[in-house]
Design a protein around this ligand. Structure first.
Ligand SMILES: [Mg+2]
Length: 170
């Protein structure tokens, strides 16, 4: 099912080394808006330490964002010391994920995509045959287009929770 994440977590910080090892993940593709930063562009507290830990475990990291605001994406990449980033990536299309895959020099089966949206991050990841991790959005004050999609996402998320009995993650 293309709209179903492989994993559904509260936050990017809940991704542990064990989870990654269990699923043979060697690289992470990270979304920015509502995953790493909130609407006011504040970086999620504690995410810097989480990145340091991931790097210690030799996890490869790459930002793939749909945002066209290059300064913003650059600021996040610089602050979190993530060398590789792609903006205006047109997720769920595969092009951004393919570029990230090439940069990380990994197989798709060893890459996890982390993001807060079903219709961009999860759909794109599943389509690209990568491991998909959906996280809870950091801020409800989304831009209008995202706001329109949220109720539809909620429908699929509820269905997913019912099926897997994972309601306790919230
Ligand atoms: Mg996002």
């Amino acid at each position: 099912m293309l709209l179903e994440p492989n994993l559904y977590l509260n936050s990017v910080k809940d991704i542990t080394v064990d989870i990654l090892r269990e699923n043979k993940i060697k690289g992470l593709i990270l979304d920015v808006d509502n995953t790493l930063i909130d609407f006011n562009e504040n970086i999620l507290e504690g995410v810097k330490d989480w990145i340091v830990e991931m790097k210690k475990q030799n996890m490869k990291l790459c930002i793939v964002s749909n945002s066209n605001k290059v300064e913003k994406i650059q600021m996040v990449a610089d602050t979190l010391q993530i060398e590789d980033y792609f903006y205006f990536a047109k997720k769920p299309l595969k092009c951004g994920f393919k570029k990230a895959k090439k940069r990380m020099n990994l197989k798709e089966s060893n890459i996890a995509v982390v993001g807060d949206q079903l219709f961009t991050d999860v759909l794109g990841a599943n389509h690209a045959k990568m491991f998909s991790i959906l996280v809870k959005p950091l801020n409800e004050k989304d831009i209008w287009i995202t706001r329109l999609k949220r109720p539809i996402e909620q429908f699929f998320i509820k269905r997913y929770e019912k099926k897997r009995g994972t309601k306790d993650v919230f």
